[in-house]
Design a protein around this ligand. Structure first.
Ligand SMILES: Cc1ncc(COP(=O)(O)O)c(C=O)c1O
Length: 402
């Protein structure tokens, strides 16, 4: 740092798009001795998580919890609805759409991938064409990533339901809300989503380790029509356990459950509408700064159209090697960690170093976002990266509502 004074000591800030910042309340709730898993407080507390998870997902339907990350939740949704030889349609706006399709391929499911690249949203006309062309209804499910964390594009899940209905197509609508739940508005029942998958380490503010699957009666019917199902992945006993161990197919993730309880208390004390409004308002401050920086110099937002941007993550490009240099400088000098770019260039290619992402999901507020943006402005100056002026003022104005 200029003047060789390092100012990285102090509380560090992990501003990557998951895992997100863990609230002290969550950490404190997890800091305890192992509870009894056969009776008592843990058993009673776990039952209270289910209705509160439903309120986050805006659903009246079933909830199954897995000791897993997001990949595990993907796998669970596929295992309970599909069998080898079935076909799925996957409209993709980034790396995670492709990733879910690859999981399906691993299970012997055929995938029709509509790849809209890393910069564009779903083309609803092409999706409608693909559904109309499937006159034999071979497509059993549409796999839809709500906010793709690699590109930061947020797609219109409700429009997908309208397309399915307009085509009279019976495929299940399955949504990946791993990056969006608890950040961007999502209405499982209101939007006609049959299966929704999420994980606890982003908007739910808990350390990675819980994959959560929500499913409605149509999806439950698809599960019952399968000739066989893996005992471990079967969502039925997890959603309707007769014994406590069935919630988790074995030993409960004890401490994660206490953490999740604390996180859900925080989310519902704030209120879902307020949580979404906070994320939207903070995102607008970030966009204002990024747009100002981008007015001069190499920084560009990946998604030009504000209406298509996630409120939880922002993908940027700045040219190689500046992306990596900026990330390294901020971590080493300010104690601020930004996310790597994902899916924009092959990992070992020189271009890989030209991208980065900002995570702004979960436990984030106005002063943290101003700290994040102030940090980036400092890094741009320290590294002599040309950038437009007035970014922090623009962000402050957006936050102040000016
Ligand atoms: C949209 C989306 N889907 C799926 C995943 C995979 O989740 P995990 O890394 O927890 O397995 C992620 C992770 O970042 C994600 O952002």
């Amino acid at each position: 740092m200029n003047g060789s004074v390092n100012v990285s000591a102090g509380r560090s800030y992990l501003a990557i798009p998951g895992p997100s910042v863990i609230p002290d309340q969550v950490l404190q709730a997890m800091h305890r001795a192992s509870p009894n898993i056969y009776a008592g407080e843990l058993v009673e507390m776990t039952a209270t998580l289910i209705p509160d998870l439903r309120r986050v997902a805006r659903t009246q339907h079933e909830v199954a919890i897995y000791i897993a990350n997001g990949h595990g939740a993907w796998e669970a949704a596929l295992q309970n609805t599909l069998q080898p030889g079935d076909r799925v349609l996957v409209p993709s706006s980034g790396r995670f759409g492709i990733g879910w399709a690859e999981m399906a391929q691993g299970l012997g499911v055929e995938t029709d991938i509509l790849d809209f690249g890393n910069h564009a949203p779903w083309d609803m006309d092409r999706i409608a064409e693909a559904l109309a062309a499937d006159t034999g209804h071979r497509i059993k499910a549409v796999l839809a990533v709500h906010a793709d964390t690699s590109s930061s594009i947020r797609n219109d899940v409700a429009a997908l339901r309208r397309a399915l209905d307009a085509a009279g197509h019976p495929a299940l609508l399955m949504a990946d809300c791993i990056a969006s739940l608890g950040c961007d508005r999502f209405e499982m029942d209101g939007w006609g989503v049959d299966v929704m998958v999420t994980a606890c380490q982003k908007g739910l503010m808990v350390p990675a380790g819980l994959g959560i699957v929500f499913f409605n009666a149509r999806a439950a019917e698809a599960r019952r029509a399968l000739p066989r199902i893996s005992r471990y992945w079967d969502w039925e006993p997890r959603a309707n356990p007769e014994e406590f161990y069935q919630y988790f197919g074995g030993t409960a993730p004890t401490h994660h459950l206490y953490g999740l309880r604390a996180a859900l208390d925080m989310i519902h004390a704030e209120g879902m509408e307020a949580v979404w409004a906070r994320h939207a308002h903070l995102a607008r401050a970030i966009w204002a700064a990024c747009e100002a920086w981008g007015a001069d110099g190499p920084l560009r937002m990946n998604v030009p159209d504000r209406a298509l941007r996630s409120h939880a993550v922002t993908a940027l490009r700045i040219g190689s090697p500046l992306g990596t240099e900026l990330r390294m400088w901020l971590e080493q000098n300010l104690g601020l960690t930004l996310g790597i770019g994902l899916g924009m260039a092959p990992p070992r290619s020189p271009d890989w170093h030209g991208f980065f992402r900002l995570g702004h999901m979960g436990h984030v507020n106005g002063h943290m976002i101003m700290g994040l943006l102030g940090g980036i402005e400092t890094g741009l100056r320290a590294l002599d990266i040309p950038h437009g002026k007035g970014a922090l003022a623009a962000a402050a104005a957006a936050l102040a509502g000016a």
